[in-house]
Design a protein. Structure first.
Length: 215
């Protein structure tokens, strides 16, 4: 009988949960999410890179719950804006800004600029309670469109134009997007190596020795 490894997804995003759970369905794992546990403190995402923030989320949750944890951090980087909005992609335009408002702000900042090169970047971290972690990174390059187009997806998808498809991410299906997107690529890397990941987790989970106290 195979050992079942419990792994926590450090997210409450149902889309991510379904995507990752589907990815790991053929492995001997029990997937849990933050909703399966009581309230835990929020992680302050103050890292300077996607990798740092992904690791902070994964390692913090692993230490709190005592279980191996997977977390991701991702965002949009625009070349002519020096990499902005970058790690602040979700807070661009203010914490309460809508996706539409963030897209509008970005388009305004790019008015009159010829260079519209951009990329979505993703970092995935898998951490154990003692702090060790594995990191996977992926990138999807494209252009910022002149105006929003499409109704699918979320975030910056309506203005992220993918040249190979001649469409924005909001104009393609979820399956098409998953095949070429930053998160899709990173998750496939995780899937392709997950057998080794499980071995690594087993080797890095602390097992406390039992001692008999003889008076």
């Amino acid at each position: 009988m195979k050992n079942i490894t419990t792994i926590v997804l450090a997210t409450r995003n149902n889309g991510k949960i379904l995507e990752i759970s589907e990815l790991l369905k053929d492995f001997s794992v029990s997937v849990k999410t933050l909703d399966d546990f009581g309230p835990i403190p929020e992680v302050e995402e103050d890292g300077k890179t996607f990798e740092e923030n992904a690791y902070k989320k994964a390692s913090f949750t692993a230490k709190i719950l005592g279980l191996p944890t997977l977390a991701d951090d991702s965002g949009l980087v625009v070349e002519t804006l020096g990499g902005a909005p970058g790690i602040y992609s979700a807070r661009y335009g203010g914490a309460d800004a809508t996706d539409e408002e963030r897209c509008t702000k970005l388009l305004t900042e790019l008015e009159g600029k010829e260079n519209r090169k951009a990329a979505f970047e993703c970092a995935i971290s898998i951490a154990v309670p003692m702090g060790a972690a594995l990191t996977y990174e992926a990138r999807c390059e494209g252009l910022i469109a002149e105006q929003p187009s499409g109704i699918n997806g979320f975030g910056y998808d309506p203005i992220f134009y993918y040249p190979s498809f001649y469409k924005t991410f909001a104009e393609i299906s979820r399956e098409e997007k998953s095949y070429v997107s930053h998160r899709g690529k990173a998750l496939r890397e995780v899937r392709d190596e997950f057998g080794k990941v499980l071995i690594w987790i087993e080797q890095n989970m602390t097992v406390f020795e039992k001692f008999q106290c003889n008076e």
